[in-house]
Design a protein around this ligand. Structure first.
Ligand code: GDP
Ligand code: ZN
Length: 291
């Protein structure tokens, strides 16, 4: 009998495949091993059921996306987590993570955690990101508020969490996945340890459907390699204006008659988003010089 599922864990030649509400312990057909075809966590596969709970992978489906950090196929959601405070959120860092997610072809959503500490300090920021077109949820891993909304956001997706350490990523995962019991800061530490741990990235099954990587994605330090014209495409609120710029390929920087700059002056685009954009643009230009 053939069945379809998603690889959630790969270890010592065994591939654990989630299909329906069950996990199947599968091996790989010999020809895949000879072709050195790599199976990634997140891959959709067809497998043949051989015995109760056991099977053999017969087919690996084409990937829609491939993340490198962590190595997971078919990620279609990045949840970028910041705290309302402790640590104080940085919109510049948030915009870096957003840029990386968009560049990887993964749709970002933003989560402000620790809202039990009060959302007033960030209410302006939250409004700006919502107007820019991003889904924003406010949660508290401590008292459970907002978690239902977060569950809905993750349902039916493969998600990686991203964000600085200390914002509550491990705590949120513990709240979403019964019985997980990650230690405080555990997911953040995984990010720093590099190759060894990321090879064993695992997808956690959410009770309501949906899978979440147990290792955070992206990096707070590096931007992906890109052309300077690309950066503006990752700003959804710029896209509605750029047809009004005088020059095609306008960088919204020093060009005259720039519709994006006019929208910033008119208060239609948040000034801090534009300032962060200029800082990132300078980084991209620096990088271009080095390649
Ligand atoms: P990570 O490094 O992003 O995985 O963050 P952790 O989950 O380890 O949390 C860092 C610290 O923030 C811990 O001391 C948590 O107990 C605390 N914390 C996590 N979520 C919340 C929350 O919603 N509210 C409050 N007040 N503290 C939280
Ligand atoms: Zn422009």
């Amino acid at each position: 009998m053939l069945q379809e599922g998603t690889v959630v864990k790969a270890y010592g030649g065994h591939y654990y495949i989630a299909s329906g509400r069950e996990i199947f312990d599968c091996t790989l057909r010999g020809r895949f091993r000879r072709e050195k075809k790599q199976v990634l966590v997140g891959d959709r596969v067809t497998f043949r059921l051989e015995a109760r709970g056991y099977g053999v992978i017969e087919e690996i489906h084409p990937r829609r996306t491939t993340l490198v950090r962590p190595p997971v196929a078919n990620v279609d959601r990045a949840l970028i987590v910041f705290a309302v405070k402790d640590p104080e959120p940085s919109t510049f860092l948030l915009d870096r993570f957003l840029t990386q997610a968009e560049h990887a072809g993964v749709r970002p959503a933003i989560c402000f955690n620790k809202m039990d500490l009060g959302t007033e300090p960030v209410s302006n920021i939250i409004g700006a990101y919502r107007r820019a077109g991003y889904p924003v949820v406010c949660t508290s891993a401590l008292d459970g508020s907002g978690l239902d909304e977060l569950r809905v956001l993750l349902e039916g997706h493969i998600t990686v969490f991203a964000g600085p350490s200390g914002v509550g990523k491990s705590s949120l995962l513990n709240a979403l996945v019964p019985g997980l019991e990650l230690k405080t800061g555990e997911i953040s530490r995984k990010l720093g340890r590099g190759r060894h741990t990321t090879r064993h990235v695992e997808l956690l099954c959410l009770p309501g459907g949906g899978l979440v990587a147990d290792t955070p994605g992206f990096s707070s330090l590096y931007l992906p390699e890109m052309k300077r014209e690309e950066l503006g495409e990752y700003y959804p609120e710029f896209l509605t204006y750029r047809d009004g710029c005088r020059f095609t390929g306008c960088l919204h920087f020093q060009e005259p008659d720039c519709a994006v700059k006019k929208a910033v002056e008119a208060g239609e685009i948040a000034a801090f988003r534009y300032e962060n954009y200029l800082r990132l643009l300078k980084e991209v230009m620096e990088m271009e010089r080095r390649y």
